[in-house]
Design a protein around this ligand. Structure first.
Ligand SMILES: C[S@@+](CC[C@H](N)C(=O)[O-])C[C@H]1O[C@@H](n2cnc3c(N)ncnc32)[C@H](O)[C@@H]1O
Length: 298
């Protein structure tokens, strides 16, 4: 699986896909009604697209009348290409910026759109810490009453913990949208939309609790790494023991066991692969109406 959490992965991907566009998860037309329900002024509303990539989302939003749209991404290649492509749209800008360190003033935006950028960060190293940094920054640059709209494949069970940390103060509504296609049996059939409205007092709470949250996350991560290291050691020990008695490690990372009573070989991969897109299948409280969107407050 590609390393979606690594900035250099995106830089390479956009280099080799110059002059193409691609919208992750959902496009503007699927989200238009939800956005319009937020009552953001098309003329004066300030909009931020976090990790815009080469999506046409902002172009369609602009065509629908929204004017002040700032698009940011960590990839120089994609910002150059998308800026060039949209140079005629004067009020819409493209800028290289890290979502964990936004160069905007506090209380600037009415809407921040995150279409699968949180999913990308969650695939990388220090995932929980990076997501906390991004959300702290998004909350800071939103006006009180403004919305952080996340469009994600992640179910509430895997996303709500990031939106309910001590330094955050949002009113959150979770919606779901039926996917156009389902990859395979067993995969969730929905994409989730988290509408997080910044509440009064959020800035104060963030100042008080953000640093503590990061300290806790760093500690938690170190503990998890220790546990992982121990379990890797145990696993290696077991492999060594089996190797001594039954087989040999080959140079392609496959452990080959020769069964004495049977001439067939059994291949066991020694690398553990993590399926980051595995979604939980638990029933949620959210309803679907008219086969498309609906709502429920968590
Ligand atoms: C899954 S893609 C989504 C692209 C786009 N939002 C869409 O809906 O099609 C994730 C995007 O996040 C960008 N990204 C990853 N890490 C980032 C960071 N730290 N700061 C800004 N952008 C980032 C990537 O370059 C990529 O364009």
């Amino acid at each position: 699986m590609p390393n979606y959490g690594d900035a250099s992965y995106w830089e390479d991907r956009y280099k080799s896909s110059e002059n193409t566009t691609f919208d992750w998860l959902e496009n503007y037309s699927a989200l238009k009604d939800i956005i319009s329900s937020l009552n953001i002024s098309k003329e004066t509303g300030q909009i931020l697209n976090l990790g815009c990539g080469n999506s046409e989302f902002s172009e369609h939003m602009y065509a629908d009348g929204y004017r002040n749209i700032k698009n940011i991404d960590i990839s120089h290649n994609v910002i150059k290409a998308m800026g060039e492509r949209n140079k005629d749209k004067k009020e819409m800008t493209y800028e290289v910026m890290d979502v964990r360190d936004l160069k905007y003033k506090d209380n600037t935006f009415d809407l921040a759109v995150d279409k699968s950028t949180i999913d990308a960060l969650l695939c990388g190293e220090d995932a929980f810490i990076n997501v906390a940094k991004m959300i702290k920054e998004v909350q800071r640059v939103l006006k009180v009453g403004g919305y952080y709209m996340i469009v994600s494949y992640g179910t509430p069970e895997y996303r709500m913990l990031h939106l309910s940390r001590k330094f955050e103060k949002f009113n959150i509504q979770v919606l779901k949208i039926e996917k156009d296609f389902v990859e395979e049996d067993g995969y969730d059939k929905h994409h989730y939309i988290y509408l997080c409205q910044k509440l009064e007092g959020a800035d104060e709470i963030s100042k008080e609790f953000f640093d503590k949250t990061i300290e806790e996350l760093v500690k938690q991560q170190m503990e998890e790494e220790d546990v992982q290291e121990e379990s890797d050691k145990e696993e290696n020990k077991e492999i060594e023991q089996i190797t001594e008695t039954n087989g040999q490690i080959t140079n392609n990372n496959m452990f080959v066991v020769q069964n004495e009573n049977d001439n067939r070989e059994t291949n066991m991969e020694t690398n553990v692969k993590m399926d980051i897109s595995k979604n939980d299948k638990k029933e949620s409280k959210i309803k679907i109406e008219d086969n498309k969107v609906i709502s429920d407050v968590i």
